[in-house]
Design a binder for this molecule. Structure first.
Ligand code: NOJ
Length: 536
């Protein structure tokens, strides 16, 4: 595959969660050599790039989003040589590699924070973080509880996430310089770009004013649609940082990219992150949180593509990631709630067949849209959330910090199944798995789906092949039809039609069906909760 310019505008990017993708040494924790050995499977699936969640040295209090050394690989995952081999093998296979950058906070075990604790209040070491003599506001940690923690000498530091994740002070020039150096470190090693964690959080309103919280948790909580952003998030000052980073990336060949993880609304404000001299992409979380329903989906597709077009950026599409309930389970509810913050055995359980049916329809709709799409490992197998995980296994800090009010994100992070009859379903050479795998996953293992007509894996593979053949990622969307329970759009020579209603709907006369997320009716109609691609 040629490494063409502007590849990211239409790319399908597969998120690898290193802890749970493939374990080469049997310790129950995925690792870089495990990933490298499985890259050819992703080539076969047909994605363009991979994004790896953090694999840096870390005490793992937030599964690696607490980085102690941005230039080292955590021994649990391998070493720098393994990272180099992974990048080299990916390039060999024509896959790009995006790494995760965590600039909002470090781990409390980072040398800088240790130096800050060992230094006096007011010292330059403390200036790299946000220390105060008293908590200046009521801010909450995204994982629950207060966002200020007291140190032994009486000062307090800000942590928007876990207490082990102190926020950096982005007004400090050393912080800025350090992250430019980290960018260069990974660019020089061949990284094709960065997914930027909490991209909307780096700069806080200097007033550190209080904030009146609504009902929403902040994790997975978008900034308000119709009001100014809170003093914590989406401050205009962040953009100057990304302009500087963009100029660094532009020094390198081959279109290296920046992708914003920014839970920002409205779409016009999110589009600021992807102005021509800033980032390349921003995750479209408004789309992710939209229920499986025709009218709201059409509205969000219009809103987000429209806002991005204003700044000349493509739109990205995403349905699942390591922070939200897998969409095969979210869509298994019809109660109007989004269930995105995890499901426990005590909660109402999703209708699994309905969820899978809708997930397949949603994924086929997403892959028919122009722009770039993100897949989360295992969704190509139709994996549901682990919705009955015993609580004693939970490791997400959100579970403890929320006082067990939220089950947290462990249910979407379970090691994925490759081989039905192997130990740990082929995740590794032994039975070890850092989170328990549900027994029902055996039948979803890759080796049970590969080559099986109608399997979710073959649906994704066919969709990715057709998407490339018809260049759908670079196309334009034109709505067609007027039935309220149907969404139909033309993209080039392909018509994408999804039926959200209760009755089958007819296809336009003479349609040649290219792909369908489920069987059509005997007389060739599209059943409820099915998406079809037809040649126009
Ligand atoms: C967003 C990441 O995706 C999530 O997993 C993490 O807990 C927070 N940022 C804090 O880094």
């Amino acid at each position: 595959m040629p490494l063409s310019s502007d590849w990211w505008r239409s790319a399908v990017i597969y998120q690898i969660y290193p802890r749970s993708f493939a374990d080469s040494n049997g310790d129950g924790m995925g690792d870089l050599p495990g990933i490298t050995a499985r890259l050819s499977d992703l080539r076969e699936l047909g994605v363009d790039a991979v994004w790896l969640s953090p694999f840096y040295r870390s005490p793992q209090h937030d599964a690696g989003y607490d980085v102690a050394d941005y230039r080292a690989v955590d021994p649990r995952f391998g070493d720098l040589g393994d990272a180099d081999k992974l990048i080299a093998e990916a390039k060999q296979l024509g896959l790009r590699v995006i790494v995760d950058l965590v600039p909002n906070h470090t781990s409390s075990e980072h040398a800088w924070f240790q130096a800050a604790l060992a230094s006096a209040p007011g010292s330059p070491e403390r200036e790299r973080y946000i220390f105060r003599d008293e908590p200046p506001n009521n801010w909450r940690s995204v994982f629950g509880g207060p966002a200020w923690e007291q140190t032994t000498d009486g000062q307090w530091y800000l942590h928007l996430f876990d207490v082990s994740q102190p926020d950096l002070n982005w007004a400090n020039p050393q912080v800025r310089a350090e992250f430019v150096a980290i960018l260069r470190f990974w660019l020089d090693r061949g990284a094709d770009g960065f997914r930027v964690d909490v991209a909307h959080g780096l700069v806080k309103d200097p007033s550190l004013a209080g904030w009146e919280y609504g009902d929403d948790t902040v994790l997975g909580g978008l900034t308000p649609q119709d009001a100014p952003p809170p003093p914590i998030w989406d401050q205009d000052g962040v953009h100057e940082i990304y302009r500087e980073w963009r100029s660094v990336l532009d020094e390198y060949e081959d279109d290296r990219i920046l992708v914003a993880e920014a839970w920002v609304q409205p779409a016009e404000r999110l589009a600021h992150y992807v102005r021509p001299d800033e980032m390349h992409q921003a995750f479209n979380f408004e789309y992710l949180v939209t229920p499986w329903a025709a009218a709201p989906l059409r509205a969000v597709i219009d809103r987000t593509t429209g806002a991005n077009a204003e700044v000349g950026a493509p739109t990205t599409w995403v349905l699942s990631n390591h922070d939200v309930t897998r969409h095969a389970s979210r869509f298994g509810f019809s109660d109007g709630k989004d269930h995105r913050n995890g499901i426990s055995a005590r909660d109402p359980q999703p209708d699994a067949p309905l969820g899978l049916r809708r997930a397949r329809a949603a994924s086929l709709q997403m892959l028919g849209l122009p722009g770039s799409a993100y897949l989360y490992q295992g969704e190509e197998l139709g994996l549901p959330e682990h919705t009955t995980m015993p609580d004693e296994f939970r490791q997400d800090p959100a579970w403890e910090r929320s006082g067990h009010a939220e089950p947290g994100r462990d249910g979407c992070r379970v090691p994925i199944p490759w081989e039905a009859d192997a130990p740990s379903y082929g995740f590794g050479p032994t039975d070890a798995s850092w989170l328990p795998q549900p027994a029902s996953w055996a039948e979803l293992a890759l080796d049970r789906q590969r080559g099986v007509a109608g399997s979710t894996y073959e649906l994704y593979r066919a969709a990715l092949r057709l998407r490339r053949e018809h260049d759908l990622g670079n196309g334009t969307l034109t709505w067609t039809g007027s039935q309220p329970e149907v969404l139909a759009f033309a993209n080039g020579d392909v018509l994408v039609l999804s039926n959200f209603g209760d009755e089958p709907v007819a296809l336009p006369g003479g349609s040649q069906v290219l792909l369908s997320s489920g069987p059509l009716t005997g007389d060739g109609q599209v059943p409820p909760d099915v998406t079809v691609w037809v040649r126009r």
